[in-house]
Write a protein that binds this ligand. Structure first.
Ligand code: AHG
Ligand code: MN
Ligand code: MN
Length: 344
């Protein structure tokens, strides 16, 4: 039992390394872990409780809202709005910012989240997850949080992570001091440390992309993909970003969702900067990997809109940089040698 480290103990030990810490961030992370446990329970019981399927509503992204999307969104808001720790929240499922109701105190932090990622997979019992990031507010303390508080560069993130609802439920997070993974022990109802100090393996195994869209890609992306195939990487694509990212984080590889010409109303790919790309980019960098939009690091992008989308290349540094080389025209098919050395 000596060796069992609960998520709470881990948070507290991390906090001790920062004498200036007040414990508020620790409490927010614990609140998120609790929301994750509740959503996890609901995802496993969904088929039994008639909450699979769609609500019939279309969200701000123009996508169909699953009942579990709505449930997860409400659970995260409900568990975080009354604590006095947050100034404002924003969610993939909600059009504007989510203010703290007047009856509750406002705090110093901002919570951005994708309540349920990969929700088109829900009805097929395929792994899905929740993704979050926590930032300090930029507006004056004691006043209501603002949209500007949410529109910060990913570089300003204080902590980020995800909860994965797969064969086991896992929480993976970083507060800037390593990336750590916990597995939910359902029998005691607690996350236990199972993956301390995760580093992306240098030797890549996987590439992950929706190759069904190949004909809508720029030639550079098609060639980059052929290059990855020449490296004998295995193609793995679940269609839940959080699950695809998790596999590549542990096994080594690259995930990308490039811009494509499939839907002219969405020219920058599908993934959302604030709710999906920034938190995972923060984790990737802290695990020794990288994340770009093909040109610049994701964490340096300045958001102009709460629901802004961006192309994403994320995972092993060399493979992410290789995508940039192709997009800048600095790499052409046939020049495989440099990258082969580091990956195979
Ligand atoms: P969400 O369920 O939060 O809307 O996100 C779905 C995203 C992401 O999880 C995944 O990588 C991507 O959609 C898959 O898109 P395609 O079906 O276009 O491949
Ligand atoms: Mn998502
Ligand atoms: Mn979602």
């Amino acid at each position: 039992m000596d060796k069992v480290i609960t998520i709470e103990r881990h948070f507290l030990e991390q906090q001790k390394q920062h004498p200036e810490a007040t414990g508020v961030l620790t409490s927010i992370l614990y609140d998120i872990a609790l929301a994750g446990k509740i959503i996890s329970r609901e995802t496993t019981r969904a088929a039994l409780e008639d909450i699979l399927g769609l609500t019939g509503r279309i969200n701000v992204q123009g996508e169909e809202v699953a009942k579990l999307d709505q449930y997860a969104n409400a659970a995260i808001v409900r568990l975080n709005q009354y604590t006095g720790r947050l100034a404002v929240m924003a969610s993939e499922e909600v059009n504007g910012i989510i203010p703290i109701p007047d009856e509750f105190a406002v705090g110093r932090y901002v919570l951005l989240f994708d309540p349920l990622d990969g929700s088109s997979n829900i009805d097929y019992s395929v792994s899905i997850g929740s993704i979050f990031s926590v930032l300090r507010r930029t507006s004056p303390e004691g006043t209501p949080g603002t949209e500007e508080d949410c529109l910060q560069r990913g570089r300003n993130i204080t902590a980020a992570g995800y909860i994965l609802y797969g064969p086991s439920t896992m929480m993976v997070y970083s507060a800037g001091n390593g990336v750590h993974g916990f597995t939910l022990d359902q029998t005691v109802g607690e996350f236990l440390l199972t993956h301390p100090n995760i580093r992306i393996p240098r030797k890549a195994k996987f590439y992950s992309v929706n190759q069904g869209y190949e004909r809508y890609w720029a030639r550079e992306i098609q060639e980059y993909t052929q290059h990855l195939q020449h490296l004998d990487l295995k193609l793995r694509y679940i269609g839940s970003l959080v699950s695809d990212f998790h596999r590549n984080l542990l096994g080594g590889g690259v995930f990308y969702y490039p811009a494509d010409s499939r839907d002219p109303s969405v020219p920058h790919g599908k993934l959302r900067l604030l709710y999906e790309c920034n938190p995972l980019a923060f984790l990737a960098e802290h695990a020794g990997g990288a994340a770009t939009d093909g040109q610049q690091p994701i964490l340096d992008l300045v958001p102009a809109d709460l629901h802004q989308r961006t192309p994403l290349f994320i995972g092993n540094k060399e493979l992410v940089e290789l995508a940039g080389d192709y997009l800048r025209g600095e790499q052409a098919l046939g020049m495989f040698e440099r990258i082969r050395e580091v990956t195979v």
